[in-house]
Ligand binder design. Structure first.
Ligand SMILES: [Fe+2]
Ligand SMILES: [Fe+2]
Length: 360
């Protein structure tokens, strides 16, 4: 049977590469993916994974009659600092915000390796209906492993972690990297588990669904950040390697598509099914996915709308070496991209937060 119409795949198949002629070599490091006979970049581990995801999606829509799960596009706020703001800062000799953002992207990509550690409880222990021939049934047998390898690299082969560092170093000619970036990110991530929304499902089941919903939200929000990065790194006014650095970002962006697609497929398959509590009672899969995803999306909206702009302005104040810092900040603020969150997140707007009581 041609693999496009199959629904079950071995782990080796999910991890299999398409044939390529030339490897992708970056700074002497062999990275994943490669170039076909026509010179087009081909993403890694997509020979079966991409047609498989398409087949699972078609099956989901045909059998459930419901659309695929989506992170609503209106939740994704514009990147701060904007392209215009970064170009203004670079002209003013303030390079740290761009250096820092690109370094943080690389670190977040490296965190992607954690998805292979995510335990998947036996599906029949918490899902009432069959999961045969679904994305869900392939999470622990290829999909999480492929995702982890794409993000963090695998064996001797570089992945997005290494590709973003290379893009930054090419575009900005090997900038000095502050050693505190990593520690600051770890500190911001906070400690401890979030409060359980569905304790009756048991922690491993809630963690699996929460983790997938949060990673999907990160992937979708990152897509807008990556478009921003490609615009900047392809601009000779900003980038010392407008072709090579921007191409790397383009390759990375094309690799991301299977991540978004398999996660939304698996979450859709849960939405269309009945989950079972630890004592065997039915719970709507749709409600569990929607509530856990909504909490993750809210946290992302808050982070981009409130925390990040504060952090960026703080970084400019700390690193700008200009005579008129207040003038620089005024101009920076004046060319920002205004954004109003959807009404359901109005309480997260900075003005609302400033007016809200300090504690609840
Ligand atoms: Fe990535
Ligand atoms: Fe990704």
């Amino acid at each position: 049977m041609p693999h496009e119409s199959r629904l079950s795949f071995s782990t080796d198949e999910i991890l299999a590469n398409v044939d390529t002629r030339e490897p992708l070599i970056v700074n002497g490091v062999k990275c994943h993916g490669g170039f076909d006979a026509d010179g087009h970049y081909r993403s890694p581990r997509t020979a079966f994974r991409v047609p498989a995801i398409k087949a699972w999606q078609e099956q989901h829509v045909a059998t459930s009659g419901t659309a695929l799960f989506e992170i609503p596009a209106d939740t994704v706020s514009p990147q701060v600092p904007s392209v215009a703001q970064v170009k203004f800062l670079m002209r003013s000799g303030v390079r740290e915000p761009l250096v820092r953002q690109l370094s943080e992207i690389a670190i977040v990509e490296g965190f992607g390796a954690m998805i292979r550690e995510l335990p998947v409880p036996p599906l029949s222990s918490f899902i009432r209906e069959s999961t045969e021939g679904t994305a869900l049934a392939h999470l622990a047998s290829g999909l999480f492993e492929a995702h982890a390898r794409d993000e963090a690299g695998w064996s001797e082969e570089g992945g997005h972690r290494q590709m973003w560092d290379a893009a930054r170093d090419a575009a900005l000619s090997n900038p000095a990297i502050s050693p505190e970036i990593y520690a600051n990110m770890i500190a911001r991530r906070g400690a401890g588990q979030p409060v359980a929304l569905f304790p009756e499902l048991g922690e491993p089941v809630e963690r699996l669904i929460r983790f997938m919903a949060n990673v999907l939200a990160i992937e979708v929000f990152a897509a807008s950040t990556f478009a921003w990065a490609e615009e900047l790194l392809s601009d000779p006014e900003v980038s010392d390697a407008p072709d090579d650095a921007a191409n790397l970002v383009r390759f990375i962006r094309s690799d991301e598509s299977p991540h978004v697609e398999y996660l939304r497929t698996a979450l859709s398959e849960i939405q269309a099914r009945t989950l079972l509590t630890l004592d065997g009672k039915p719970v709507s899969g749709r409600k569990v996915v929607d509530d856990l995803a909504e909490r993750g999306i809210r946290a992302m909206v808050r982070q981009r709308l409130n925390d990040r702009p504060v952090m960026v302005r703080d970084l400019i104040r700390k690193t700008a070496k200009v005579k008129d810092l207040e003038g620089l900040m005024r101009e920076f603020d004046a060319i920002g991209t205004p954004w109003t969150p959807p009404a359901r997140y109005a309480d997260l707007a900075p003005e609302a937060s400033a007016a809200a009581p300090a504690s609840y």
